[in-house]
Design a protein. Sequence first.
Length: 81
Amino acid sequence: MIANDQELSVTLQRIARLQEQVGHLRNVETNPANYHAAVSGFIEEIDRMQLEVREYLSIHPTECVITGQGGGGESFGERRP
């Protein structure tokens, strides 16, 4: 789960790179079956990351309880009631 705005930025950059890769494959792969096989994993990863972005953006920072993760880092915990 995305824990802060820096992780949000990194995730958005990763999504953009994967979308570029899918776009490239769409332009160079001539066989539809090969194209679908090649991009299915990319598309699944894009979907997963977009869900994380939506979840992060749907919660206002004041609704989150910050919890430690043992290693000194902080992350957003569950939504406050």
